[in-house]
Design a protein around this ligand. Structure first.
Ligand SMILES: NC(=O)c1ccc[n+]([C@@H]2O[C@H](COP(=O)([O-])OP(=O)(O)OC[C@H]3O[C@@H](n4cnc5c(N)ncnc54)[C@H](OP(=O)(O)O)[C@@H]3O)[C@@H](O)[C@H]2O)c1
Length: 327
């Protein structure tokens, strides 16, 4: 494993491969996940040197945090633990954004109890809530910082303008956004419009401000492992069936790009998974790559990507394919 630090979080030692915990547990909404294997995956991640874990109340509708808390136990202090706030849901699991003072406090109290810890190392505002004044959200964040229940604040899916506006009220240490080889400046995620362009705006912004940049969906929900083909379909028991980019003509376009990337990985003597993850790890603006995994062998494989070094030739060949496919 390799590690990085950033000026905004001087005490954190980020493993370049982090663990995104959305798919943990039977309740997660991801096909194939079960509780026992998920717990073993958390333990394997720590054994492989992974120090950064990212979860959220909404993942598995409390399921991810509950399972992670159970799995961590005495290992809690060996990791840098991040969760999120500001996404609530109703009985049919339809989500809504809420970063009001009371909602933020209630989210954090709930996370601490489910994660069986007295503090979060990082609390991230999950999606911008334009209906709540930033001042109100910042008041809740200061209260939690003063109490020591959160140690730092980050944002995810924010525009640069909103991040800067929030940073005037409370220090913002990290940015989490959608970024992988095929979604570098994409304008949507699961049909939700994005208010940022990751590669063009966010990466330079984080570098300039000494903030952590944490790319999510680094494997495009599994597509960049090279295991899917044009006929792959996801059942209604899999969250990926709600990603319109993994169906129809748009999907075929991404699969065609993956088919052209495969020979580059082959020539470099590495797997597609390792090429996709190393491409991120090698970027100086990227702090910790948030890989999802639900089996120990997957997280071990992902962790090994931290030690892969892509040559200039491989990087240029990848660039040429992405440009040819207009991605
Ligand atoms: N801030 C946000 O709004 C936001 C949004 C999305 C995600 N995230 C974060 O980012 C994390 C990761 O993103 P993600 O879960 O969307 O997708 P991802 O990491 O791109 O893909 C994860 C999936 O790929 C497959 N996989 C992983 N490692 C593999 C390996 N070594 N070999 C073969 N297959 C492998 C697994 O699925 P199968 O085995 O079932 O194919 C796994 O569930 C999340 O867990 C979450 O923490 C944040």
């Amino acid at each position: 494993m390799k590690y990085k630090t950033v000026a905004a979080l001087p005490h954190a030692r980020f493993s370049t491969i982090g663990f995104g915990c959305w798919s943990l547990g039977a309740q997660s909404g991801w096909r194939n996940s079960n509780d026992e294997e998920s717990i073993a995956t958390v333990h394997k991640a720590i054994d492989c040197g992974v120090t950064f874990f990212d979860t959220a109340p909404v993942y598995g509708f409390h399921g991810s945090e509950t399972l992670l808390g159970r799995a961590l136990g005495e290992r809690r202090d060996r990791i840098f633990l991040a969760s999120k706030c500001g996404l609530l849901w109703d009985d049919s699991h339809t989500t809504r954004r809420d970063l009001s003072h009371d909602a933020v406090i209630a989210d954090v109290e709930g996370s601490l109890s489910r994660l069986r810890t007295d503090h979060l190392d990082l609390l991230q505002l999950h999606w911008p809530d334009h209906a709540t004044p930033l001042e109100e959200t910042a008041r809740a964040l200061h209260h939690l910082l003063d109490q020591g229940k959160i140690r730092a604040v980050g944002v995810t899916n924010y525009s640069v303008a909103d991040t800067l506006a929030l940073a005037k009220l409370v220090p913002v240490s990290s940015y989490q956004g959608l970024y992988n080889m095929l979604e570098r400046n994409t304008d949507s995620y699961h049909d939700i419009p994005l208010e940022y362009e990751a590669e063009r705006e966010i990466l330079p912004f984080c570098l300039e401000n000494g903030m952590a940049f944490l790319p999510y969906s680094p494997l495009f929900q599994g597509l960049l492992t090279g295991r899917f083909n044009a006929d792959s379909k996801f059942g209604s028991d899999d969250i990926r069936s709600a990603n319109p980019k993994l169906a129809g003509n748009g999907y075929r376009r991404y699969v065609a790009a993956v088919d052209d990337l495969k020979p580059i990985a082959e020539a470099a003597g590495i797997s597609m998974t390792h090429m996709a993850l190393a491409w991120l790890c090698q970027n100086p603006a990227v702090t910790s790559v948030l890989c999802g995994a639900h089996r120990p062998d997957q997280i071990a494989d992902n962790a090994a990507a931290a030690d892969v070094v892509l040559s200039e030739r491989t990087l240029n060949d990848i660039k040429e394919v992405l440009e040819r496919h207009d991605l």
